[in-house]
Structures are given as C-alpha cells and as structure tokens.
Design a protein around this ligand. Sequence first.
Ligand SMILES: C[S@@+](CC[C@H](N)C(=O)[O-])C[C@H]1O[C@@H](n2cnc3c(N)ncnc32)[C@H](O)[C@@H]1O
Length: 211
Amino acid sequence: MGAGTGSYEPDDRDVIAIEPSEVMIAQRPADAAPAIKATAEALPLEDKSVDAALAVLTLQHWDDVERGLGEMVRVAQRRVVLVTMDIAVLAQLWLIRDYVPETLPAHAAGFPSIKRLLGALPGATASQMPVPRDCTDGFMAAFWGRPEAYLDPHIRSGTSPWHQLPPAVVTRALGELQDDLERGEWDRRYGHLRQQSTLDVGLRLIRAEVQ
Ligand SMILES: C[S@@+](CC[C@H](N)C(=O)[O-])C[C@H]1O[C@@H](n2cnc3c(N)ncnc32)[C@H](O)[C@@H]1O
C-alpha cells in the first residue's frame, strides 16, 4: 500500500503494488511489480486475496488511517505489516531538537501515534528498527552519526522534509550546524555518535497476525 516507486518491495514474493499517484507509478522500474492506481482506503482487492499487506512510510499521507488499516486486514489472509515513525522519539534526535524543530509541525504531524495504530490493529506488536550509522537510504534521520552529510545539497535533495521547510529555516539550521561543527561544539555534544553502530531514531515495525 502506498508503494511509491517500489523501493521496499520484496523481489522474492509475488507483489501487487497499490499506489494512488500516477507520477510515482511512472517512476517505477520496468521490472517492478505491476501497480494498481488506488488508495489504501479503497483497495480494489477481494477479501483475503493476498497473504500479507505491507505499508512502508505511507500512513502519514492517508486521509483515513483506520479505514486504510481496515482494508489491509480485510484483504490479508495472514499478516499486516507497517513501517512507520514514532514522532515522539524522532523529536529527540539532535538534528530535529537542536536545528530543525520546524520539521515536526511541517512534516511529522501527519504520522499517526504508535498507540493509535496498535489500537486499530488488535494483537499487533511494535518493535524498534534501529538505523545503522552507514545506512544507505537517505531518509532525513539516516545521517544521525554523519552530521557533515546534511551540509551536502545533493544528499538533502533526495529527502522531502528539506523541500517542505521554508528556505530561510533551512539556511538558518544549516548555518548553525556548520558553525557548531567548525567550533567542535557538535562533537562535544554528540561526538560519541560517530562511534555508535546503530541508533533508534523512531522507526517502528508494526506487525499483526490476522485471521
Ligand atoms: C513517502 S512515499 C513511500 C513510498 C514507498 N512505500 C517507500 O517507502 O519507498 C508515500 C507514498 O504513499 C502514497 N499515498 C498517498 N496517499 C495514499 C493513500 N491514501 N493510500 C495509499 N498510498 C498513498 C504516495 O503517493 C506515496 O507514493
């Protein structure tokens, strides 16, 4: 659900991609799974017609989260899996707390709380997805132990929150980060992260077995 360009679709399973945006569908690789143009809230699939339903970092865009989750439960025979962000944890990350707290109202407010998701999926469990320091996905929090990366416009260009923030906020935040790095202030506060192998930035895996 909300398959986008197909980045996280398993290639060892038969996949039906559900994606409402023609722009995203057009960017899917030629060998990606076939996509159906639809929203999670109205899945054009029969009851119990797939083994599992998977939604990765898309819930924050849905108009009606409970309805979409109900649809996932309806079509899945065995399992519903979500990957989402716990914003309360993300808010504590140095990048957000010290430099771009504006990210929270501008971008993160759309993420449903983990409590709400667990309430909508009886029997579901939530677990942390710690992010490695050398994570190759360029999502905003991925460079938690590589602060210089945020100063690189090419790295920022692939990450939507940087585009959603007002340019003046980005300029101010990056100026402060650059200054703190040059003065050694960032390393005094957070230098230990350069040696840490993983960090919980708020990514959560939610899994529900369904009947
Ligand atoms: C941040 S992208 C994530 C794409 C992909 N899951 C990934 O992780 O690479 C969010 C996707 O959700 C889609 N989306 C927006 N509203 C949706 C809805 N109501 N139902 C399903 N998908 C939706 C967007 O078009 C977009 O492709």
